[in-house]
Design a protein around this ligand. Structure first.
Ligand SMILES: NC(=O)c1ccc[n+]([C@@H]2O[C@H](COP(=O)([O-])OP(=O)(O)OC[C@H]3O[C@@H](n4cnc5c(N)ncnc54)[C@H](O)[C@@H]3O)[C@@H](O)[C@H]2O)c1
Ligand SMILES: O=C(O)[C@H](O)COP(=O)(O)O
Length: 528
C-alpha cells in the first residue's frame, strides 16, 4: 500500500530523508497553499507534516478523509485542533526535543540584544548615525531573570542565564523546591517571580490558562525598567498591555520572537524603539530543523507501518491496526461518560469501565481515557483531553478501573460504565451496532435503545397507568416535541424508566413541573 504524505510547511530536506527512503511513501511538498487549497488537497493524503504556519483546523481535519497522522516538526501544537484530530481518529505527533537548544539560544540572544540595544544601534549605524550615548545598556550580571514556565526550554535558559551570572527565579506549577535547589535557582508564585525580576522570559505553551497571563495586572506588579522576552508563543503576553507598559515607561524594553497574529508586516509594537523582534525564528537553525524533521518523519513511518510512535500528543502510543479497530468506539465511549455524569449530577469518586464481546482482547486504554474525559469534562471543561484525562482523574483522587469479559449479554460488543458518587452507584451500557452507529442499551439495569446524541430526558417513575400521558401532555404544554420514547420497568407496578429524546433543550420550568409530578421520582435533562 502506498501512503500519500503532504508537507505543507518548510521542512528540512535532510530531515525528511528517512521518509524519502521508504518505497511506499509518496511525498508532496507544497508550502504555499491557501487554507482553501489545503482543504481541497488534503482529501487524498494519509499524513500531513506541518510546522507552526499551517492551521490544522477542525474543518481541515473533517475534510481529510484518509488522514491518519499529523506530524508537527516542532513543539507547539496550538495550530492543530487536537480534539478534532482525536475525534477523527487522527494521531498527532510532535518533535518535542529537537529545537529546545535552538530556542534557548535564541532567547539568550534576545536577552543580550535588548540589554545592550544591539539591533537599535546597528540600525542607527546602518543609517549613518554614530551615537554612543543613546545606546547605553545594562549588564546582565547580578540581575534577576524571572522564568515563567520551567520546562525543556525554560531549564536551558535558566542554566545559560546562570552562566551569565544572573540570579534566576522561576515559576512553574510543577517546580518543586527540591528541583529549584538542585538547579541553584529560586522559585515562587507567578506574582512573586514577576515582581522580583529585572528580565522576564516566558516559556509556557499557549493554553487557556496561559493566554494573556502577562497582562496589565502583571505589569503593575513589575519593577519599573523591567525587560520582557517572549520566545515561546504569541498570546502569552497581552500585546496591548505590553504596548501601554512600554509607553508608560514601566517596561524598558521587549524582545519578541512570537506574536498573537502571525505572520504580519505591520505591528504597532514594532513602532516602539524599545522593541526588538524576530519573525518566529527560535527554532530556525539548520540543526534544529534537521532534528525535528527527522523525528516526525520517523514517527510517521512507524505509525503507517503499524509500529508504536515515540511522541504522540493526543493519544497514548497505539499501533495503527489497533487504532483502526477502536476508532469507531471513540464517540460511544466519550458519550457514555458524559451521559452518566449528567445523570448523576455529582462528582465521580470511582469509575469502572468494562469492555465485552469484540472489545475483549483489544487494547482499550484510549477508550478508557476517552470515557474518563467525557466524565471529567462536566466539571473541568475543555481543558480535559485524552492525554491528560487519567492524569487529572488521579489528581482528583478518582479511581479508574478497566475490566474485560468475553460475554457481551447478547451484544457483539458492549461498554459498561459505572460511576460511584457520594449518593450511590449508577451505570450505563452502550454498544456499536453494525452500520447503525452507537446506542445506549442499558441505564441502571433498564433496557433502552437510544442514540447518544442531542437532547434527552431520563425519568425514573412508578409503573402505573397514565404516567406516560402526563409526561406527554406536560411537554406538549411547553411546546417540547418528543422524538423518541423508551420505557422499561423492574416489575409490574414497580420502578420504571422513561427515556425520551426531544427536539430541543428542556428548560428548567418544564423540568421543575415534571419533577413535581407525584408519580415521578427523578427527572434529568441531558444534552450530548
Ligand atoms: N520561538 C520558537 O520558535 C519556539 C521554539 C520551540 C518552542 N517554542 C515554544 O516554547 C514554549 C516552551 O516549549 P518547551 O519545549 O519548553 O515546552 P515544555 O512543555 O517542556 O515546557 C512548558 C512548561 O510550561 C509549564 N507551564 C504550563 N502552564 C503554566 C503556567 N500556567 N504557568 C507557568 N508554567 C506553566 C509546564 O509545566 C512546563 O514545564 C512552547 O510554547 C513552545 O511552543 C517556541
Ligand atoms: O513550537 C515550536 O516548535 C516553535 O514555535 C517552532 O515553530 P516553527 O516550526 O514554525 O519554527
Amino acid at each position: 500500500m502506498t501512503f500519500n504524505i503532504l508537507i505543507s510547511d518548510q521542512l528540512s530536506e535532510e530531515g525528511i530523508y528517512p521518509l524519502t527512503q521508504e518505497e511506499n511513501m509518496n511525498i508532496v511538498m507544497e508550502t504555499a497553499l491557501s487554507p482553501e487549497e489545503l482543504e481541497e488537497k488534503i482529501v487524498d493524503f494519509d499524513a500531513l507534516l506541518v510546522r507552526s504556519s499551517t492551521q490544522v483546523t477542525r474543518s481541515l481535519i473533517s475534510k481529510a478523509k484518509n488522514l491518519k497522522i499529523i506530524g508537527r516538526a516542532g513543539v507547539g501544537v496550538d495550530n492543530i485542533d487536537l480534539d478534532a484530530a482525536t475525534e477523527h481518529g487522527v494521531i498527532v505527533v510532535n518533535a518535542p526535543n529537537g529545537n529546545t537548544n535552538s530556542a534557548a539560544e535564541h532567547t539568550m540572544a534576545m536577552i543580550m540584544a535588548i540589554s545592550r540595544n544591539i539591533p537599535q544601534a546597528y540600525h542607527a549605524l546602518k543609517n549613518h548615525q554614530w551615537d554612543r550615548k543613546k545606546y547605553v545598556g545594562v549588564e546582565l550580571k547580578d540581575k534577576t531573570l524571572g522564568v515563567v514556565g520551567l520546562g525543556r526550554i525554560g531549564v536551558e535558559v535558566a542554566t545559560r542565564a546562570k552562566g551569565q551570572r544572573m540570579n534566576v527565579v522561576a515559576y512553574d506549577p510543577f517546580l518543586t523546591p527540591e528541583k529549584a535547589e538542585k538547579m541553584g535557582i529560586g522559585y515562587g508564585s507567578f506574582e512573586e517571580v514577576v515582581s522580583q525580576a529585572d528580565f522576564i522570559t516566558v516559556h509556557t505553551p499557549l493554553l487557556k490558562e496561559t493566554r494573556h497571563m502577562v497582562n496589565a495586572d502583571a505589569f503593575q506588579l513589575m519593577k519599573t525598567g523591567v525587560f520582557i522576552v517572549n520566545c515561546a508563543r504569541g498570546g502569552i503576553i497581552d500585546e496591548d498591555a505590553l504596548y501601554d507598559a512600554i509607553v508608560s515607561g514601566k517596561v524598558a524594553g521587549a524582545a519578541l520572537d512570537v506574536f498573537e497574529e502571525e505572520p504580519f508586516v505591520d505591528h504597532k509594537l514594532l513602532e516602539l524603539p524599545e522593541v526588538v523582534a524576530t519573525p518566529h525564528l527560535g527554532a530556525s537553525t539548520i540543526e534544529a530543523q534537521e532534528t525535528v524533521a527527522v523525528d516526525v518523519s520517523r514517527d510517521v513511518i512507524r505509525y503507517l507501518n503499524n509500529d508504536l510512535v515515540k511522541n504522540p500528543v493526543n493519544l497514548p502510543s497505539v499501533a495503527r491496526d489497533v487504532m483502526t479497530v477502536i476508532e469507531p468506539y471513540f464517540n460511544l465511549s466519550e458519550k457514555l461518560g458524559a451521559f452518566l455524569i449528567d445523570l448523576t449530577k455529582e462528582v465521580a469518586e470511582e469509575i469502572n469501565i468494562s469492555y465485552s464481546g469484540d472489545l475483549y482482547g483489544i487494547e482499550v486504554a484510549p477508550l478508557t481515557r476517552n470515557t474518563v474525559k467525557g466524565i471529567l469534562k462536566r466539571h473541568l471543561g475543555s481543558s480535559v483531553n485524552d492525554v491528560n484525562a487519567l492524569y487529572l482523574a488521579e489528581k482528583k483522587d478518582i479511581t479508574v478501573r478497566e475490566s474485560k469479559t468475553s460475554a457481551a449479554k447478547g451484544f457483539t460488543n458492549l461498554i459498561t460504565v459505572q460511576v460511584k458518587t457520594k449518593s450511590g452507584v449508577r451505570k450505563v451500557s452502550g454498544t456499536l451496532l453494525n452500520g447503525l452507529g452507537p446506542r445506549i442499551v442499558k441505564v441502571d439495569g433498564y433496557s433502552v435503545d437510544v442514540t447518544p446524541k442531542g437532547h434527552m430526558v431520563v425519568i425514573q417513575h412508578i409503573d402505573q397507568p397514565g404516567v406516560i400521558g402526563l409526561v406527554g401532555s406536560l411537554l406538549a404544554r411547553h411546546d417540547v416535541n418528543i422524538a423518541t420514547m423508551q420505557v422499561d420497568r423492574s416489575d409490574v407496578g414497580g420502578k420504571a424508566i422513561m427515556m425520551l429524546t426531544i427536539d430541543r433543550h428542556l428548560e428548567d420550568k418544564a423540568l421543575k413541573e415534571l419533577s413535581g409530578l407525584e408519580e415521578i421520582k427523578e427527572v434529568v435533562a441531558i444534552d450530548l
